[in-house]
Ligand binder design. Sequence first.
Ligand SMILES: Nc1ncnc2c1ncn2[C@@H]1O[C@H](COP(=O)(O)OP(=O)(O)OP(=O)(O)O)[C@@H](O)[C@H]1O
Ligand SMILES: [Mg+2]
Length: 278
Amino acid sequence: MAVHRPIKVVAVTGGKGGVGKTNLSVNLSIALAELRRRVVLMDADLGLANVDVLLGLQSRYTLADVINGSKSIKDVLVRGPAGMHIVPASSGVQQMANLTNQEHAALIYAFGEIANQLDVLMIDTAAGISDTVVSFVSAAQEVIVVVCDEPSSITDAYALIKLLNVEHGVFRFRVVANMTRSTQEGINLFNKLNSACDRFLDASLQYLGHVPFDENMRKAVQKRQSLMEFSPRSKSANAIRVLAQKIDQWPVQNSAKGHLEFFFERLISPAQVSGLHS
Ligand SMILES: Nc1ncnc2c1ncn2[C@@H]1O[C@H](COP(=O)(O)OP(=O)(O)OP(=O)(O)O)[C@@H](O)[C@H]1O
Ligand SMILES: [Mg+2]
């Protein structure tokens, strides 16, 4: 039986729009690629893609071509900074904003084709608590919840965590505070979210860290470059590198959780496979 190299699957989400999910997932992917991991970033904001736009890349094909059966995941991969790869989504394609759960499952299954080509799958999700967000997040191994110091960020993050926890059995969440003005601000945001989850949910929250507010982030976006390329020595780039190092240290899950997951075939043991066939 072939020994598979484990794959880490990390979803970046947050509930609220505009908290920095896309910028964080793009730059974390680059930082992990700089650590010599083979990284693929999936743009799971299926109706309003912006990972490729953010990086100034031209995508010939997108996940819409995978859904309609004309292309495979390998065909749509685009090379990005530091050798990471992107699976682009389409923008303004109505059908992609309203996929069925079978179509979500088909997309998750389609990634099996590239299982030998990556160490980390990063998933940038849309804002909100749509079926699309919930499907991809609950099919990942690790969930990063991005929050910032805006009134609805903590309540939106809590609503998302509650849904994932109560309805979909997601237990572990890692929290990143973005656009912080101080180290303490990030800790305070985490404590606020953690105390609500502690009281009402059976979920475990861990603080991954913070990314300071940094004008370089907006300037990089305007230049259609990643922060890691535009301003690699900036305070936000340094903070993202610290987060990437922590992510790199996380143990990789190597058994199936019993529901739909990315790279499911690699997570089931030979005994479970024979059980499936008996
Ligand atoms: N640490 C930061 N400092 C300053 N500006 C930031 C920071 N992080 C993100 N931004 C800015 O916030 C805006 C929103 O970022 P981004 O698009 O990544 O958010 P998002 O959560 O993906 O949004 P959406 O919910 O629309 O997908 C961008 O203009 C970005 O430059
Ligand atoms: Mg986004």
